[in-house]
Design a protein around this ligand. Structure first.
Ligand code: GLU
Length: 589
């Protein structure tokens, strides 16, 4: 059956008419769409359709982004949801202004710098991850509230309606979903509420089956009726705190509880922050500021690369420089960046073009230089007095999955949203809140487990993030948006896509589909399966580049391109994460 010939019906949900596509055997794969009006790219067809439905009802990009995000919480629950947090970058066309909403998870008041240590040594990642200790106070609902209240035009009730319909009526599990459950079977099996939702007789729900999540529909209905308070106080808040502090486990399974209070939830605030602004070859680039490290690291790497004429070089030479610039930016990111309300990071120095020129001198155009040491950005900013100096460049390097999700939406009035949101690892902590159907994050594992380091855990602090929703402008007009999941590889995916598009002259679909290389100042560069051994790899090996473990895929990006003729092209992955869904309001074809 083609996507167009599937049965369609109209249902009444909370007095709003929602057009529903009934579950079919597979999601349509529409990674590129060009047209006019609004546009959306997400990694999930039901989520993109939810955004489009809201745009068609007259909602703006902010309304549609929340609708898509809520639907992703149903169809991509291992990446994101109301149990987590995120970063939203918004362009307000009327004001010609970019703002960001930081609704990152926050450490409970009980946290100390040694919370993840035992007998003087750091705990293992898994010990912390699969436990209540890893759960930060969720920020998603507060973030959605701020976005809708300040910049949206619709209510929670309106924008959550499509997600409620998908959660109640069900959606077809695709291969990617089933695969993710299989990969995390042990973790999910530890918690009965999680197993009940995603395992059948101990095995992953099968691809092709229809999955309903009535508990999540109920949670969304409570938000529709009660707004932000329904999450941060009352019954749902108590259920979250209970699940964190006393996770219900399968017989014989013991996990540690956390120490979160109702006051932690009641006190949670989203932050509206100024974006990081930088320039690159005539583009104005706006990224996420701290506690996001991506906006700064991407700007630093681009500032370094701006000193080379990448366009005029053979591809392998340009890519060698991309890897070296990324390594230097990561050395600084790892050494200096953390929650700005706790740590006075040398952001002005790191963003300065003069500092980039000094960092550029560390690059050998013919030979990889690893590892890179952090630089000294203090000399490049007005306030040189800040005492923070990096102890060492060493940092925990994890193999990063494509967990988390990124979506992007624009509307007919020119507003744009780039939104990355997450529960951290696949399935977060693994704990579904009983009765409410959503997974709790394990975002606190983004802290460094031992110090002294800027990113150690502290009460009320937000762990450093790599999420990098990014907007680019040219001559004051929107040019493109880009973002991706993938832990710390997010930064390299966004950076590489910009270089592919701006310097190597690739169209955005080609830029997204190109093989990804993620250099994060480790022993070797992570690449996707099949890359090592190929001609592109061989050309780079001549310059001493070498390849590390190959994750299944690096990132799952989504982008919008604003074309000179006034049309917009929505671009999603053509193959990663089971392929994405790009839709426009009025197709050009
Ligand atoms: N915890 C990650 C971060 O904020 C989320 C991104 C991801 O895991 O993909 O950097």
């Amino acid at each position: 059956m083609t996507p167009h010939s599937r049965p369609v019906r109209t249902v009444l949900v909370s007095s709003i008419i929602v057009t529903l596509v009934l579950p079919s055997a597979a999601w349509a794969k529409t990674p590129v769409a060009t047209g006019t009006g609004g546009a959306v790219a997400t990694i999930s067809e039901p989520a993109s359709k939810a955004a489009l439905a809201i745009l068609n009802q007259g909602g703006n990009a902010i309304d549609a982004a929340v609708a898509a995000a809520a639907t992703l919480g149903v169809t991509d629950p291992f990446s994101c949801g109301i149990g987590g947090g995120g970063f939203m970058v918004i362009y307000l066309a009327k004001d010609k202004r970019v703002i960001t909403i930081d609704h990152r998870e926050t450490a409970p008041a009980s946290f100390t710098p040694t919370v993840f240590q035992e007998n003087g040594a750091p705990m293992t990642f898994e010990t912390v991850r699969d436990s209540g200790m890893s759960v930060g106070v969720p920020g998603t609902v507060r973030g959605w509230h701020e976005a809708l209240d300040r910049y949206g035009s619709m209510s929670f009730k309106q924008v959550l309606a499509p997600a409620i319909a998908v959660a109640s009526n069900g959606f077809v599990v695709n291969d990617n979903f089933s695969h993710l459950v299989s990969k995390n079977k042990n973790k999910f099996g530890m918690f009965p509420a999680t197993a009940a939702l995603y395992l059948k007789n101990g095995d992953a729900v099968a691809a092709g089956s229809t999955l309903r999540n009535p508990d999540l529909a109920k949670a969304y209905r409570e938000l529709s009726a009660g707004g932000v308070k329904a999450f941060y106080s009352g019954k749902m808040a108590r259920a979250v705190v209970d699940a964190v502090n006393h996770p219900a486990t399968a017989p014989g399974v013991r996990v540690r509880g956390g120490d979160m209070s109702l006051a932690d939830l009641a006190n949670y605030e989203a932050r509206l922050r100024q974006p990081v602004h930088s320039t690159y070859r005539g583009y104005d680039i706006y990224g996420m500021p701290l506690p996001g490290s991506g906006g700064i690291a991407i700007a630093e790497a681009l500032n370094i690369l701006e000193g080379y004429d990448l366009k005029a070089m053979p591809r392998a030479q340009a890519e060698h420089l991309y890897l070296e610039a990324s390594r230097l930016a990561f050395a600084d990111r790892n050494a200096y960046l953390a929650d700005p309300e706790y740590v006075d990071a040398p952001v002005a120095g790191l963003l300065s073009k003069d500092y980039a020129a000094q960092r550029r001198q560390r690059i050998d155009v013919a030979q990889a230089r690893r590892p890179a040491a952090a630089g000294d950005p203090y000399a490049f900013q007005a306030d040189q007095s800040v005492p923070l100096r990096p102890a060492s460049a060493a940092t925990r390097m994890l193999i990063e999955g494509a967990h988390t999700t990124h979506l992007t939406v624009s509307d007919k009035d020119g507003n744009i949203v780039a939104y990355t949101y997450t529960i951290e690892d696949w399935g977060g902590s693994g704990i579904v809140v009983p009765g409410y159907g959503f997974l709790l994050n394990n975002e606190m594992t983004d802290f460094d487990f031992s110090g002294p380091r800027p990113n150690v855990p502290e009460a009320g602090k937000r762990p450093r993030s790599s999420m990098s929703p990014t907007l680019a402008f040219r001559d004051g007009k929107p040019a493109f948006s880009i973002g991706s999941p993938g832990g710390a590889t997010i930064i390299t995916t966004v950076l590489q896509t910009i270089v592919n598009h701006v310097d190597l002259g690739m169209t955005m679909p080609d830029a997204l589909n190109a093989p990804r290389m993620s250099e994060r100042n480790g022993d070797a560069t992570d690449v996707e399966p099949g890359f090592a051994g190929g001609a592109q790899a061989a050309a780079l090996e001549k310059n001493g580049q070498r390849w590390g473990d190959a994750p299944e895929e690096i990132g799952a990006a989504n982008a919008l391109v604003f074309n000179p003729d006034g049309t917009v092209t929505a671009v999603s992955e053509a193959r990663r994460h089971g392929a994405g869904s790009a839709l426009v309001q009025k197709s050009a074809h």
